[in-house]
Ligand binder design. Structure first.
Ligand SMILES: [Zn+2]
Ligand SMILES: [Zn+2]
Length: 135
């Protein structure tokens, strides 16, 4: 699998603080100008699912009907979990879910895709690449 490395000093590398144990999870976040919406996290790990057909579907509007339509076709994650509209990434220290999705319908238009260090970006073909944060 392809590995994409981001240097720690980059503008879009930062920390996602776990509300449970306060661990600072390092990761990469796509910019507000990116096309990384919609994206969905795995129920069991920090992998993220993103595909072009969903992007085209919600480009002009985000509605509960479109969310339901996409949710029905979200696949299993390579880890054995499942991509869902409400999941968030998991803390690398205590494995608690870090809530990033407050409103799943609004989240359809959220371009700030958070990929924690070691997590994979997936589509229907499986894991496309793994993100690694390097010094
Ligand atoms: Zn934690
Ligand atoms: Zn997973």
């Amino acid at each position: 699998m392809e590995i994409v490395e981001y240097e720690r000093s980059l503008q879009w590398v930062g920390h996602l603080v776990c509300p449970n144990c306060q661990h600072q999870n390092i990761g990469w976040r796509s910019s507000g100008m990116s096309e990384a919406f919609p994206h969905f996290f795995c129920s069991a790990c920090s992998n993220v699912f993103h595909r072009q057909s969903d992007h085209d579907l919600v480009y002009y509007e985000a509605t509960p009907a479109l969310l339901a339509q996409i949710a029905a076709t979200l696949p299993a994650c390579p880890c054995g979990g499942h991509f869902t509209p409400t999941a968030g990434p998991k803390c690398g220290n205590c494995h608690a879910e870090i809530p990033l999705v407050r409103d799943p319908v609004q989240h359809l238009h959220n371009p700030n895709m958070v990929v924690l260090d070691g997590a994979c970006v997936c589509n229907d073909e499986g894991a496309r690449y793994q993100v690694r944060i390097v010094d």
